[in-house]
Design a protein around this ligand. Structure first.
Ligand SMILES: Cc1cc2nc3c(=O)[nH]c(=O)nc-3n(C[C@H](O)[C@H](O)[C@H](O)COP(=O)(O)OP(=O)(O)OC[C@H]3O[C@@H](n4cnc5c(N)ncnc54)[C@H](O)[C@@H]3O)c2cc1C
Length: 414
């Protein structure tokens, strides 16, 4: 038995599959069984990235990579030194899956369909002789001496020397972890859009700004509550990369305040109030002799309709010319452009990606092996851990990396 360890992987998602494949391929003597509660494995991979599967991010520097994880970045630093996006890209390429990088750094299969990733994982798992059991929900685990007894909802009991919990954000997974002595940090949503009802945004649905600064008001000036990135005006409020990033880094405080907080938008980020004021003054000086309408000419690269909305909000008439613009109006306009406050009144969905903040307490895990420090021979990988990243392929990467580390380690021990 000790030469041929029985390994049970609970959860047929990205983390579970990668762990199972890694374990079976590096430790040929191990018997790997993967248990999936539903009828379909890799369901989240299928819908990820809008069905295109944003497998990872083109960032090969671990120190830089971890800045994209509001939770778990510190622990992942060493993990990424062992298995990072570059390794993942090479891994898929060695399986005949070509990947491509988009301009924003997101990496997708060349085919633009998650089916390619799923087919590759299934094929590799089959070749590695992994025993995949669907309709196999684990409801209870008991450890006696060095053996785990894994009970399925069907009543069946399986035995294993080592087990991996890779159940994603599913509640039963957290219950299993708790029953084996682990603490679960509170579970709350991450990666969401903001509901904002504001006349300044009305009628502008679909308009985007490439880079804005966003800051939550009424909290200490922690870096995490100030983010920058693209902004998209939607029917219900705002979305875009900058907004999603702030939702992830501010997930806890936003949840605590029941998604009712004020937000400052700097439409001209990284310029500050003084710089914008100066640009407005300079533009006025350059146009003193011309009868240019303020509403038609702006010194900034902002969508015209947004510019006009903001002018209306500070009561600058559409017919006014630049030479008629007063000093007082310039100050008000500059403030509106870089310090305008908006009231967040709720959380909206982001259909392309969603992740849970919270999970198995990271202090209880050895991130070299993903083994529990509380219950020997128990391992964790993927979203069940208190790790989450911003949108862009970072969440799947943490699932691949932690799955890979666990897979290597689980077959190793005798
Ligand atoms: C709509 C959407 C789009 C996304 N797009 C992206 C993207 O493009 N890029 C990115 O990086 N991230 C994306 N994510 C996040 C990413 O998909 C997840 O972080 C990642 O899939 C987590 O993998 P996992 O293996 O830990 O968990 P999961 O994929 O959730 O897998 C866990 C599996 O365990 C099974 N299970 C649960 N409990 C039990 C049990 N008791 N017994 C047996 N089986 C059990 C579940 O049925 C499930 O199949 C997206 C998420 C969503 C919801």
């Amino acid at each position: 038995m000790s030469n041929s360890p029985k390994i049970i992987i609970i959860g047929g998602g990205a983390a579970g599959f990668f762990a199972a494949i890694t374990c079976a391929r590096t430790h040929l003597h191990s018997q790997v069984t993967l248990l999936e509660s539903t009828a379909i494995v890799l369901a989240k991979v299928r819908i990820s990235g809008g069905g295109r599967c944003n497998v990872t991010h083109h960032c090969f520097e671990p120190a830089q990579l971890v800045t994209n994880y509001p939770r778990g970045g510190r622990e992942l630093r060493g993990a990424f030194a062992r298995f990072q996006p570059k390794d993942l890209i090479e891994w898929f390429e060695s399986q005949g899956v070509a990947l491509k990088k988009e301009t924003d750094g997101r990496v997708f299969p060349m085919t633009d369909t998650s089916e390619t990733i799923i087919t590759s994982l299934l094929k590799t798992a089959k070749k590695a002789n992994i025993n995949i059991n669907i309709h196999s929900e684990v409801i209870n685990i008991i450890k006696k001496e060095n053996l785990f007894r894994v009970k399925l909802k069907t009543g069946k009991i399986l035995e294993a020397n080592r087990i991996l919990i890779a159940t994603g954000s599913n509640t039963t997974g957290y219950q299993l972890a708790k029953s084996l002595g682990h603490k679960i940090t509170p579970l709350i949503p991450s990666l969401f859009t903001f509901k904002i009802k504001d006349s300044r945004l009305q009628g502008l649905e679909g308009i985007s700004v490439a880079k804005v600064g966003l800051r939550l008001v009424g909290v200490d000036k922690k870096q995490q509550y100030q983010q920058s990135g693209s902004l998209l005006i939607t029917h219900w409020g705002i979305s875009g990369f900058g907004v999603l990033k702030l939702s992830a880094f501010g997930a806890k405080i936003l949840h605590k305040k029941e998604y009712n907080m004020s937000l400052v938008i700097n439409f001209l980020f990284p310029d500050n109030l003084e710089e914008v004021k100066q640009k407005l003054l300079n533009f006025k000086a350059q146009n003193l002799k011309l009868n240019k309408l303020i509403s038609s000419f702006s010194p900034f690269n902002l969508p015209r309709r947004l510019w006009q909305k903001l002018l209306a909000h500070v009561n600058v008439e559409q017919k006014k010319t630049w030479k008629e613009l007063s000093q007082k109006e310039i100050i008000k306009l500059a403030q509106e452009l870089v310090q305008g406050q908006y009231k967040i009144s709720g959380r909206g969905v982001f259909k392309e990606e969603f992740v849970t903040c919270g999970g198995v307490n990271l202090k209880e895990i050895n991130f070299k092996t993903m083994e529990s420090k509380i219950c020997p021979d128990l391992y964790f990988a993927g979203e069940v851990l208190d790790v989450d990243g911003v949108t862009g392929g970072f969440n799947l990467q943490s699932a691949w990396t932690t799955g890979w580390l666990a897979g290597r380690a689980m077959g190793n021990k005798q």
